[in-house]
Design a binder for this molecule. Structure first.
Ligand code: PEP
Ligand code: MG
Length: 853
């Protein structure tokens, strides 16, 4: 019989009270929990330290008769990365009951953890507990429970060891995957990243296949879909902890999944994907002669020359020149590609960062690298081995019954080509030559092939295959290149150099248009181009309505590349920097210096124009990898925006300090997201004032609140007493007013910010601004809706912030409006019963000359 004693003072509770399904469900074993009140963890029995991760957030002890006791200090404390924990012993050390194991800073840990509740569990299989302590206060060293020693000697799992016969510990659990899309790239990356952080080796099994959990490709290749069973097996030091980590990663991925995070896919294309997959690459000729049909991936219209880029098969020799040499070659090539990809990633917007970030994961994928190294060890060259390894993974992905996973094969082909070229001492050229007005035809296109093309010469893309959720479609949308996919093999018959017309809006490609049709198409394109060139040229001028009222047009940004594009398009500043996007693919929180570098680079790109920097807006539809939040029944109504920031004061402080260090001083204004009442503003203001004093800053930084909740809109007057300006986030304001999820596909048409209820809230905030004499801006999507513009101006809004590409058309629209008409129009819209009626009223008024010149 082994006695287990309390490792610290606190409140003893059953495991059911631990806010974590892994412990509460006794997946790691039975035991008790303590909510600690003292900061020293003492050995609960004599034994040897079996596990003590570097983060020191947990420790396990093996008693002389083989029983293993795990003390997991708090919940979700691994993410603290050791902050607040100080290990006083080393793994393998022999300790006596009551000896000091870890010291913790209770305050710091409590602030960073989901809960301090500490499970103390017996991870050895078959343990029978008795004499369990009743819930209530407990002092360190008092008896918690007794365990039957005979049972405890049995190994954790009855199966044979996974790989090493001397394995010290094993754990395994099965789980049913609830992820909507199964184990696709994003959750696979999350699991792999967590697996890399554990000391134990973790294997995942499903459908009779197995993979090292550190391999993203391997995990995707399991083909796990929603409802499938996944077996998690860990072996070696800290095996139970590793299983818990995998559970936590899956739960985290589920939260991200349900929050629809990620780059958006054009709705029409998404709906069409299933059709493409089902129909296969069938020929598609429309009823009109000379017209091929496809699926719109990116809208637009173009006329130009059919152009094929040659995809050169890269030659590799099979035999190698010695294992060591080939391994070094592969290492060198991977290092070159890594540098190059990092450069490409940093030069793009959010979409590019996410996609190239995934390629970087593939490059370091242990599954791919192990498989390449095996081939090298068998005498093959580095190139042959790398190709063999990637093709093996591609074959597996392509055999899966899941279009999203099949599309990831393109990403692997891309990374294969990068490495093979680097091995040959070449690099993928940053720009491939194209004729003027090229319409690129291909069976498919890789992301790096697209980013290597000269955007100015590329009029459109047409693919015989392709997927709407492919990364290349997402990149094309971000680059605003019209794109048609799924045209089928007939596309191959279109001769190179032929003049063709792509109407992606209608989903057609004219393979042999008549001279008249070409002339008409050219006139149309020229007119569109001339209009956009004129708009662009005019956009650099400041913007006034017809009657001379000044309206500022700012840009919403997520990167330095966005800032450069914004200035080119005539932005007068940044009205919303979504700072959470800057570090969205990071596994660890960015330091103050890293944040300052990013913010300063954006401020520099803006060339002295104001920069409204929004404090991190995490939670709800914007989860962050480095800040896993506890599962919530309704994340949109839970820990979001400023609520999350206030519950993570260290992260908030670091960000505010970085923002306040941007030079020149005064260029940055701060914006608080998801405000519901003045207390939130006061709490942020206090931190800002403290930092201002620390940094010896002169004057107070300008502070604004976002109006994204009905509560904020209705109490705008009170908020304005605490802040210098308001900015209306119509995306969230609409979702909370209409009770319609902003990411819900079926409700997308009805989630309209021109619903009179939303307009009434916008009007209330704008009118409070007028009374207080303070600026009320709009930075949500409605600001770029040309129908909405006269209404917003009519309410008194004088600053609009939109995506950079929308600025020229927006300025042109404002210049056509007369304020008196806008005010009249805005008032009449308030009384209408629906968004549809608001829209038709604006259209009618434009026809009658009201609201528009
Ligand atoms: C909004 O909600 O309108 C807004 C601008 O914030 P985000 O879209 O980043 O949530
Ligand atoms: Mg918002």
């Amino acid at each position: 019989m082994q006695k287990i004693f309390a490792p610290f003072d606190g409140w003893c509770a059953p495991l059911d009270e631990v806010p974590d399904e892994v412990f509460a469900g006794r997946m790691l074993g039975d035991g008790l929990a303590i909510d600690p009140t003292s900061g020293v963890v003492l050995a609960p029995c004599d034994g040897e330290i079996a596990t003590l991760p570097e983060s020191a957030h947990a420790v396990s002890i093996r008693s002389p008769d083989g029983l293993e006791v795990l003390i997991h200090i708090g919940i979700d404390t691994v993410r603290l990365g050791g902050k607040g924990f100080d290990a006083r012993v080393k793994p393998g050390a022999r300790v006596q009951r009551g000896e000091e194991l870890i010291r913790l800073d209770l305050d710091l840990v409590a602030r960073g953890a989901k809960s301090l509740m500490t499970p103390i569990v017996i991870t050895s299989d078959g343990a029978v507990m008795s004499n369990r302590r009743a819930p209530g206060p407990v002092r360190a060293g008092e008896l918690l429970f007794e365990v039957d020693g005979a049972a405890s000697r049995r190994p954790l799992s009855p199966q044979p060891p996974l790989s090493s016969p001397q394995s010290v510990a094993r754990a395994e659990r099965a789980v049913v995957v609830a992820l909507l899309q199964g184990l696709h790239a994003r959750p696979a990356a999350l699991l792999a990243r967590r697996a890399k952080g554990t000391a134990a080796s973790v294997t995942l099994r499903a459908h009779g296949r197995a993979t090292d959990a550190r391999s993203v490709v391997g995990i995707m290749s399991l083909g796990v879909r929603r409802g499938d069973e996944l077996l998690i097996q860990a072996e070696g030091e800290g095996a139970p902890l590793a299983v818990a980590e995998m559970f936590a990663a899956l739960a985290e991925a589920e939260r991200m999944d349900s929050a629809h995070v990620g780059v958006s896919i054009p709705a029409a294309a998404t709906a069409a994907t299933a059709a493409t997959a089902a129909a296969g690459p069938a020929a598609r000729r429309s009823a009109h002669p000379g017209e091929l049909t496809g699926i719109r991936a990116v809208p637009g219209f173009a006329v130009g020359r059919a152009t094929r880029i040659e995809r050169r098969e890269i030659e590799v020799s099979e035999p190698g020149c010695g294992e060591l040499h080939e391994q070094e070659e592969l290492e060198r090539a991977r290092a070159n590609v890594r540098l190059r990809l990092e450069r490409i990633r940093n030069a793009g917007g959010v979409e590019r960062r996410q996609i190239i970030g995934a390629h970087l994961e593939f490059l370091d994928d242990p599954g791919l690298n192990d498989s390449a190294n095996e081939l090298i060890a068998a005498g093959k060259s580095a190139g042959f081995a790398w190709r063999g390894a990637t093709r093996r993974s591609i074959a597996t992905l392509q055999s899966l019954d899941d279009s999203r996973l099949r599309e990831r094969a393109d990403d692997l082909l891309d990374i294969e080509a990068h490495v093979l070229l680097a091995l040959a001492g070449e690099a993928r050229p940053l720009h491939l030559p194209l004729p003027e007005q090229a319409i690129l035809l291909a069976d498919d296109l890789l992301p790096s092939e697209l980013t290597a093309l000269d955007r100015r010469r590329l009029a459109a893309i047409a693919l015989s295959g392709g997927g709407a959720t492919s990364h290349v479609a997402i990149l094309a949308a971000a680059m605003e290149i019209p794109m048609l996919i799924g045209i089928g093999p007939l596309l191959r018959e279109v001769p190179d150099g032929q003049t063709i017309i792509v109407d992606a809006d209608k989903g057609t490609l004219h393979e042999a248009p008549s001279a008249d049709a070409v002339a008409q198409a050219k006139t149309l394109v020229a007119a569109r181009l001339a209009r956009s060139a004129a708009l662009r040229a005019a956009a650099v001028e400041e913007c006034r309505s017809l009657d001379g009222t000044r309206v500022e047009v700012f840009a919403n940004l997520g990167s330095t590349a966005d800032a450069l594009a914004a200035v080119e398009n005539g932005a007068e500043g940044c009205g919303l920097l979504r700072t959470e996007f800057l570090f969205i693919d990071r596994a660890t929180a960015p330091t103050e210096d890293e944040q300052l570098t990013a913010y300063q680079s954006i401020a520099d790109a803006l060339g002295g124009r104001p920069l409204i920097l929004r404090m991190m807006d995490v939670g709800g539809d914007k989860p962050l990898l480095y800040l896993p939040l506890p599962p919530e029944p309704n994340p949109a109504l839970g820990m979001r925006g400023v609520r999350t920031a206030l519950s993570h004061p260290d992260l908030m402080r670091t960000q505010l300090r970085a923002a306040m260090c941007v030079r020149p001083q005064g260029i940055v204004r701060l914006l608080i997201p998801m405000v519901t009442d003045v207390s939130e503003i006061a709490a942020v203001r206090k931190v800002i004032d403290d930092i201002g004093a620390e940094l010896n800053l002169q004057g107070r930084i300008s502070l604004g609140a976002m109006i994204e909740t009905p509560a904020a809109a209705l109490t705008a007057a009170a908020l304005l007493r605490e802040v210098d300006f308001l900015s209306i986030g119509s995306n969230d304001l609409t979702q909370y007013t209409l009770a319609m999820d902003r990411g819900h596909t079926d409700l997308a048409r009805r989630t309209d910010a021109l619903h009179p209820a939303v307009l009434q809230l916008i009007a209330a905030a704008a009118s409070a601004g007028k009374v207080a004499g303070k600026l009320v801006a709009v930075c949500g999507g409605v600001a770029a809706d040309l129908t909405a513009v006269p209404i917003l101006l009519g309410f008194g809004v004088r600053e609009l912030s939109v995506v950079p590409a929308a600025i020229p058309a927006l300025k042109s629209r404002i210049r056509s409006l007369r304020m008196a008409d806008c005010e009249k129009l805005a008032q009449s819209c308030l009384g209408l019963p629906s968004a549809a009626e608001v829209r038709s009223m604006v259209e009618r008024s434009a026809g009658e000359g009201g609201g528009r010149k």
